[in-house]
Design a protein. Sequence first.
Length: 50
Amino acid sequence: MQVAMSHPESEVKAFLAEHPKMIGVLFTTLLLLTQAGAAAAGAANVTYGP
């Protein structure tokens, strides 16, 4: 079974080779998304009782 992706891996590698600053942008975006997910999970607590 082959998973269909929007861009083949070779196209992504070629794009990042031509635009090396995008590696940092993608890394920073991924970092912010993981931190936002952790913050949302931490804020979703339930308080029982009065």
